[in-house]
Ligand binder design. Sequence first.
Ligand code: NDP
Ligand code: 8X3
Length: 255
Amino acid sequence: MTQIALITGATSGFGKSCAARFSDSGWDLVLIGRRQERLEALKAEFEKKSRVHVIPMDVRDRAAVMDRLTHLPEPFQAVDALINSAGLALGLEPAHQTDPDDWDTMVDTNIKGLMYCTRAILPGMVQRNRGHIINMGSVAGTYPYPGGNVYGATKAFVKQFSRNLRADILGANVRVTNIEPGMAQTEFSVVRFKGSASKADDVYQNTTPLTGDDIAQIVFFVTTLPEHININALEVMPVCQAWGPFAVHRSPAPQ
Ligand code: NDP
Ligand code: 8X3
């Protein structure tokens, strides 16, 4: 039986790579993002391998998400895997210097958008007693860093929401996994630095970061394990990334 993956954030990065990986294995796809021309290009590309339905949509629009995802065309209704990848970081300033609009955008997308998509798709999974929700968390949801303020907090939400979903649906054969990547080169940093390609390039300079394809391989792995296995969370970093020492502020030495 052909399986169906519904992927948010499919126009770039992890979501786009997941679309390619699942399509390669014959899965049908429902692809979501705001950039319609990219969605149409992906549809043309992946339709050579499997059926593709695209939904140009902002996941922050609760009414649109609930309407479109609860009225999918018949061949795409029985979603097997929901991959919640739509998300972003905006800015790296300390909390007292950030733009509150950026905080709203991150909360509305990373938290509320992910909640809406999950709420729309989960009932069908529970009813069919089959399905897998894969959320895109981050190492930023576990480890603090300067400038991570609200972005990291949204990913901490995703971590705990993922665990709480498992508690709620225990008894149904539905899995939930939080993927927690570290540094990965996608459009993420271009978005974070509001279009500055040079600032984004600096993040990855002289490193070997994770790629979208790396994450897609991991998502495909957890999704295709035997059905009784639930990977609750999977944290992954490139080898070139690790933790630093605690930061300690010292007062000037007395004269
Ligand atoms: P990209 O910027 O490459 O992709 C982000 C995707 O999210 C795009 O397809 C974008 O599509 C979509 N998106 C953003 N806002 C909305 C919205 N309001 N409605 C619908 N779609 C939206 O970044 P990544 O692939 O790297 O990021 C994917 C996820 O992984 C994010 O949740 C991110 O926080 C997380 N992550 C990224 C890491 C990294 O280092 N790259 C590490 C850890 C986690 P469009 O603009 O067309 O709407
Ligand atoms: C993205 C990884 O370290 O930039 O979630 O927050 S990080």
